[in-house]
Design a protein around this ligand. Structure first.
Ligand SMILES: O=C(O)CC1=CCC(=O)O1
Length: 421
């Protein structure tokens, strides 16, 4: 048999074309071929489908996203609809888009191609979703635009009760019908709710996710005076009660994990599962003394004088070298924290004392430690794990105190495995 390069290219192109557009569409267009258009069909199969779509440099979903954006920008609605259909249903699995991904492509394209193009794009896409939604498990449901929010940041709110706590609610994106559980993410000392942005956005695929600023932090009130862990746990209880969603899954890091312990002990009815990351249930006496010294230093000289030392505890040396912008963001957040609020929380942290009550926690509990954590060494997580009935410990490699920022994927994997247990 002789090698026919044109035939060879045609076969390769045809294979790609079937993968991207689905057999039904390709068979139909070949059935309709005639003496007028057959050469053109042959040309695009070789040229577009083999030569361009066959290039390995971009995955096929990305190429499809580009096609959708360009056809929408040019108003080529027949081609646009073809790729919407094939992307949702007809194309090979690794070329498909979820309705949420399709929505993102249309929203992104709106900025570059203009709102009139996006309006038409949305109505074409919706007509197709109406037609095939049931088959692909997606229902279009009436929703008030004022009730929706940016899925990466959530709806910003403030508690009615005082001290007012600033919080953000991301509603679960996947529109399955069953009732969603709520996760509350509780941040570390000198941070704010943005510490959780990446994890919150990931988890809000299937959960309602609430992040909040502790008192004295971010946009929450900063009452005068020194606080106790009981104060922070009572704040947390008020927040959960105002959410009015029943018990929540609490995920707290460092100070947030201390609040989670205290809350689960004091108000067990508010917590259904607990993740305690990079945290402790108590400090030895010499470290308690160091916390009182930190309070005195900040009261006398402000937060900035301690900022470099805090960053050295939050992030290990290699991370600080390789990710200076991330470290700078956390440093800025720290030094712009209300000094009085920071000091108040230092007192709550420095006097934390739950060890002897941890056996009262009776919900599934995951403890996460960073193998390099000097602020809350692994031994502190082991103490918690040994004391909370049934608790499991995960130790993250190459992670120190802000493990969620240093090892976001490993942290997310540990949390998701726990949530799926
Ligand atoms: O600020 C630190 O050094 C470490 C820390 C303790 C409690 C917290 O949230 O961070």
């Amino acid at each position: 048999m002789t090698f026919d390069p044109i035939r060879h290219d045609f076969e390769r192109g045809l294979k790609n074309r079937r993968e991207i557009l689905g057999d039904a569409w390709v068979d139909r267009s070949f059935d309709r071929a005639n003496n007028f258009n057959a050469e053109f069909q042959e040309l695009i199969t070789r040229f577009a489908w083999k030569e361009i779509w066959g290039r390995p440099g971009l995955d096929k979903k990305t190429r499809r996203a580009m096609v959708l954006a360009i056809t929408m920008a040019l108003g080529r609605w027949e081609e646009f609809e073809l790729h919407v259909r094939a992307g949702l249903q007809g194309g090979a699995p690794d070329t498909r888009l979820t309705p949420d991904e399709l929505k993102e492509i249309l929203i992104q394209t709106a900025i570059y191609a203009g709102v009139p193009a996006a309006n038409t794009g949305f109505s074409h896409a919706q007509a197709i979703l109406k037609e095939i939604g049931e088959e692909i498990g997606y229902a279009l449901t009436p929703t008030n635009p004022g009730d929706t929010c940016h899925p990466g940041y959530g709806h910003e709110r403030v508690t009615k009760s005082k001290p007012a706590l600033h919080y953000s609610v991301r509603a679960a994106r996947n529109n399955h019908t069953q009732q969603k559980q709520t996760i509350v993410l509780s941040h570390a000392l000198g941070c704010d709710l943005t510490m959780w942005d990446r994890l919150a956005t990931t988890l809000s695929a299937d959960f309602n996710v609430v992040t909040y600023d502790h008192r004295g932090h971010g946009a929450s009130d900063a009452p005068a005076g020194l606080y106790s862990m009981a104060d922070l746990a009572e704040d947390a209880a008020r927040l959960v009660e105002e959410l009015d969603c029943g018990s929540v899954i609490w995920i707290g890091l460092s100070m947030g994990g201390m609040v989670g312990q205290e809350l689960a002990i004091r108000r067990p009815e508010l917590i259904s599962a607990l993740v305690i990351a990079n945290s402790t249930s108590a400090y030895p006496d010499n470290v308690r003394e160091v916390w009182q010294q930190r309070i005195a230093t900040v009261q006398a000289q402000g937060i900035e004088v301690i900022a470099d030392a805090v960053m050295e505890r939050y992030f290990h040396e290699q991370f600080r070298r390789e990710r200076p912008a991330t470290v700078a963001t956390f440093r800025r957040r720290l030094i712009t924290t209300d000094a009085e609020g920071y000091v108040g929380c230092c007192n709550a942290v420095g006097t934390v004392d739950t060890t002897n009550r941890l056996d009262q926690i009776n919900v599934p509990t995951l403890v996460i430690a960073g193998e390099l954590d000097q602020g809350a060494p692994v031994s502190m997580s082991e103490t918690i794990t040994n004391a909370v009935p049934g608790a499991k410990l995960v130790i993250l490699k190459d992670a120190s105190h802000l493990a969620v920022a240093e090892q976001p994927q490993a942290f997310t994997d540990a949390v998701q495995a726990f949530l799926a247990r």
